[in-house]
Design a binder for this molecule. Structure first.
Ligand code: FAD
Ligand code: EPU
Length: 282
């Protein structure tokens, strides 16, 4: 099938983020390198699963590029694919589930991270049970108008951090898994799942702040008595202090005001919190 640029359209980014806030932007859905060449002719941002983003109510002036279906390889992934290239729009939850069924180990620590592969690489998503860098060997990126391959060792992967070249769009990632059994992988996943039981289920973007070394930001916010603090419909979750929720009609401005309040209160107690979320349009 020939590559065609799906006509860009103006959308509300609230529909593309898990926190469900954010204003308008021009969305470019791309299905291959030719589309990427076209889409990157003007300033742009890259959208993954939108699960770590706080987008301003006014939206963003840049083009928002999202990798389309041709970059989603979840259906092709399974048994025997221990060393595998996968498209960056492949949803992580599907990969985790399929790897477990096929008895392949390496991704199970990422259970519950609602990312797509490109976003998980860009953030080096993880939990204390494992992170993206455990299995990531190489990435294909679209940068400066062409595709390049980079070894994972060159990406400066750390806690919720990857150093991609400026403007690079991760298009594929090579993962290396190890042989195991569905039962063993499931047993580990049960532990990961148990550690998530204290996390809220409603609209959020995961933890808002990075953990200070050796601490849980959620615990510190809890100790400061800030659970349940509200600005409009934005609220610090009762279940976990580092989750900021959208109770329904929160604006991005509400969320920012709440984050500022939390940060100021923690600052007064001697802790500087660093945002984990990526801010767009501020
Ligand atoms: P987005 O949120 O869309 O983007 C995040 C950043 O990555 C942006 O800067 C974006 O420009 C960049 N990006 C996205 N795709 C690409 C690409 N193809 N190329 C280059 N850059 C790209 N995170 C954890 O690490 N651990 C957790 O346990 C965890 N739990 C969560 C639980 C919930 C309920 C929610 C909502 C979120 C949670 N998160 C967690 C946060 C989030 O899932 C991760 O940060 C994830 O890596 C974001 O991926 P995404 O695809 O949604 O990226
Ligand atoms: N705790 C409290 N009160 C709270 C929250 C936590 O007392 O409100 C205590 C817990 O009881 C526990 C300790 O703090 O003793 C640690 O809590 P938890 O296990 O929830 O881990 P965390 O450090 O708060 C991190 C990640 C999560 C990840 C979990 C599980 C960060 C910022 N957060 O949370 O990642 O899912 O561990 O591995 O690194 C994310 O990054 O978006 C995210 C959700």
């Amino acid at each position: 099938m020939p590559e065609t640029v799906t006509a860009p359209r103006t959308v509300l980014l609230s529909a593309y983020t898990t926190l469900k806030v954010g204003g308008p932007a021009e969305l470019w859905e791309v299905e291959g390198p030719e589309d990427l060449v076209e889409a990157t002719k003007e300033p742009y941002r890259v959208l993954g699963g939108g699960s770590n983003l706080l987008v301003a109510d006014g939206g963003v002036p840049e083009r928002v590029i999202r990798l389309g279906r041709s970059y989603n390889d979840v259906r092709a992934f399974g048994e025997g694919q221990l060393d595998v290239w996968l498209g960056a729009a492949t949803p992580l939850p599907g990969l985790v589930r399929r790897a477990q069924r096929a008895g392949m180990s390496g991704l199970e620590g990422l259970l519950g991270v609602p990312a797509v592969l490109g976003g998980a690489v860009a953030m080096n998503a993880g939990t204390r049970f494992g992170e993206m860098s455990d299995t990531l060997r190489e990435v294909e990126v679209f940068v400066d108008g062409g595709l390049e391959r980079l070894p994972a060792a060159d990406l400066g992967l750390g806690y919720r951090h990857a150093q991609l070249p400026a403007g690079a769009i991760v298009t594929r990632a090579r993962l290396s898994l190890t042989p195991s059994t569905p039962e063993a992988v499931q047993r580990y996943m049960d532990q990961v799942d148990a550690a998530r039981h204290g996390q809220p289920k409603i609209k959020s973007a995961g933890c808002a702040f990075k953990n200070p070394p050796g601490e849980s930001a959620g615990r510190l916010i809890d100790l400061a008595g800030l659970k349940g603090t509200r600005v409009g419909d934005a609220m610090v979750a009762h279940e976990h202090g580092n989750f900021v929720l959208n109770l329904g009609a929160a604006s991005s401005a509400d969320v920012v005001a709440l984050l500022d309040e939390v940060r100021a209160k923690l600052e007064a107690r001697g802790t500087s919190l660093q945002l984990e979320w990526r801010l767009w349009g501020f």
